[in-house]
Design a protein around this ligand. Structure first.
Ligand SMILES: [Zn+2]
Length: 293
C-alpha cells in the first residue's frame, strides 16, 4: 500500500509496474472499482474520454459505478467493444446504490438495483445477482450520503461486505480514510483504494494491483492479496462535481439529450425515505437459486 505525493507520480509507478508484466492481456490486474461517467448527474465524463484515459494511464479493469444505474457501465462496455480495445480494458458492471441507509456499491451486477431499499436488502440483491458488495467512503462526514454506522456494523457482523474503501481519493481528511481502514481491519474485510472519479482528471488516481481475475468469485478469492496505491484529490475537486450537476440540468432544460435525463442522482437518505420507493417485483429479480453457489 502506498500513498503517492501526486497523481503524476502514482501514474508513473503504475506504468512502470504494468510494463514489467508484459504486453496486454497482462497477468496482473490494475483495477479501480469506483468510477462515474455522464450517467451520473454529478459527472460529464464521456465513455470515450474515460476509456482513453484509463488505458493511457495503465488501468486494466474498471468497475463503472454510476449512481443508481448499471446502464452507464453498459454504455462503457459497449464503447470498449466498438473501439476494439477489449483486450486492454475489462469493464465490470457496477452501481453506487442510494440505499435508505446510505450508499452501497455493487460490482459484477447484471441489472440496476433500485434505490431506497435498506442497505441489508441491497447487499442481498447484489449477492443474488452474483456480485460483490463494496462500501464506499464509509466515514466521510462531508458526504451526507455515506452509509450510517449502525447498518454498516450490521452488514460487517453478518459477513455481507466483500470489500471496503480504506482509501477514497475524494475524502477530505485522511483520518476518515484511516477510520475506514481500522474498521475493515477489525472485521477482516479486504481494503481497496478507489478514485471515485467524476472527471477525466481523476481517472487512475488510485489502483488496486491484483493477480488477474475474470469473475466475482475469482476477485473475492484474491482480494486479500490486494496491494493498493493511491494519491489524493484536492478539496477543490468537489467543485467540478457541483459544476457537472448544473451543466447536466442546464442541458436538460435546453432540451439537450443528456445521459442523466431519466436517472436520479445521489440522494440524501432522508430524501429517499420521504419519496415513494419502487421495489423490484419478484418477476424482475433473478431466480433465487443463483444466490449462493
Ligand atoms: Zn461515487
Amino acid at each position: 500500500m502506498t500513498i503517492a505525493a501526486s497523481a503524476t507520480e502514482l501514474r508513473t509507478s503504475m506504468k512502470e509496474e504494468r510494463e514489467a508484466t508484459g504486453p496486454p492481456p497482462t497477468r496482473k490486474a490494475f483495477a479501480d472499482f469506483h468510477i462515474h461517467t455522464r450517467f451520473s448527474r454529478d459527472s460529464i465524463l464521456t465513455e470515450e474520454t474515460f476509456i482513453r484515459k484509463a488505458i493511457e494511464r495503465g488501468l486494466t479493469h474498471v468497475a463503472v459505478t454510476n449512481h443508481n444505474n448499471v446502464e452507464g457501465a453498459i454504455a462503457v462496455r459497449e464503447k470498449v467493444a466498438e473501439l476494439g480495445v477489449g483486450d486492454q480494458l475489462t469493464v465490470i458492471l457496477g452501481e453506487e446504490v442510494s440505499t435508505a441507509d446510505g450508499e452501497v456499491v455493487g460490482v459484477f451486477l447484471t441489472k440496476t438495483i433500485p434505490r431506497g431499499l435498506s442497505a441489508n436488502e441491497t447487499a442481498d440483491e447484489i449477492h443474488r445477482q452474483g456480485g460483490l458488495v463494496s462500501i464506499p467512503h464509509p466515514f466521510d462526514p462531508f458526504r451526507g450520503s455515506h452509509i450510517k454506522e449502525g447498518p454498516l456494523r450490521n452488514l460487517a457482523e453478518v459477513g455481507k461486505i466483500d470489500m471496503l474503501e480504506v482509501f477514497n481519493c475524494r475524502v477530505t481528511f485522511q483520518r476518515h480514510n484511516l477510520e475506514a481502514a481500522e474498521f475493515a481491519n477489525r472485521y477482516g474485510i479486504p481494503g481497496i483504494a478507489a478514485s471515485d472519479s467524476h472527471s477525466g482528471f481523476e481517472v487512475a488516481m488510485a489502483f488496486n494491483a491484483l493477480p488477474t481475475f475474470e469473475s466475482a468469485d475469482e476477485l473475492k478469492a484474491i482480494l486479500p492479496q490486494n496491494n493498493w496505491h493511491a494519491s489524493r484529490s484536492t478539496v477543490f475537486i468537489h467543485a467540478t462535481t457541483r459544476w457537472a450537476v448544473w451543466k447536466n440540468m442546464f442541458d436538460a432544460w435546453r432540451g439537450r439529450r443528456t445521459a442523466t435525463g431519466p436517472i436520479l442522482g445521489p440522494q440524501a437518505p432522508e430524501q429517499v425515505r420521504r419519496e415513494p420507493v419502487q421495489r423490484p417485483t419478484g418477476a424482475e429479480l433473478p431466480p433465487k437459486e443463483k444466490a449462493d453457489e
